[in-house]
Design a protein around this ligand. Sequence first.
Ligand SMILES: [Zn+2]
Length: 333
Amino acid sequence: MIEEIQPDLFRVEVPLPNSPLKFLNSYVIRSSDRNLIVDTGLNRKECLDAMQSGLQQLDIDLEKTDFFITHLHADHFGLVSKLATSSSRVFFNRPERELIEASGWWERMVAYAAKNGFPENELQAAIRSHPGREFASEWVPKISVLKDGDEIVAGTYCFKCVSTPGHSLGHMCLYEPKRKILVAGDHILIDITPNIQCWSDDHNPLENYLTSLDKVNNMEIDLVLPGHRRLITDHKTRIAELKEHHETRLKEVLSILEDDPQTAYQVASQMTWDLDCDSWEEFPRAQKWFATGEGIGHLRYLEKKGFISRRDEGTMTRFTRNDHPGLPHAISL
Ligand SMILES: [Zn+2]
């Protein structure tokens, strides 16, 4: 399905089979000079077919096309290796280029998940069914690194890069100031909440995410073009809802830790998730993985703010609540 949003700016709907996200929005800016494609879909046949047919209908010559990828997740980055040609520039952020180029990335995540209580017998299966592993790009094209404030011109559109870390380490949006359009990747979504996962003790992605929400909240925006689901016209209301969601989650995590110290996996199994399953045991393994990552994200935030502490017991990390006046009402985002 193709929709023309503004002159020469199109949304191509790319199906994501078996994903609660349903589809990816790829945005195509057509130009007599060089075209620009923002985000591509998973590296799998269903996505490639949808992209190829969309690009054919729009008469896009891939030899004259560049790419901007909002972040490294496979539903955005995965298909770029099948679409980019030798003349294509692939624009991307520096922190995630370094992550892709670093070796042992998955192994480190697996070890970190085990330390946070993810059961050994579920770990390998969770990793095997992880879409980021199954449908990633087979090779990494040559990347042109962009930083906050850099510009990309495509036809009559002049986009400014807006660094918005949180959903991922180096997530980047594009802003068109004349038209007041924000191409948002997974920074702001409607109907679903962007997943904020943490897989390293060096990071505090929820803190970054909340800062990035405030940054975008202050911008003049008439239309948000998100990476999934419908377009958003009132970004401030959606941002307020997203902040409220995380505030509720943080309070929930604190109440889960009311009695005994617990691992992140145990905490995640008691949090409220918007999934069609009756119990944690029924969660698909990949969803348990995402939920644990999100649980760690909230625990890291609370730890950094001094609400909770960790206890490293043998190979396992458990979290416990600190004596803090007014808990959990003290949390206010
Ligand atoms: Zn996505």
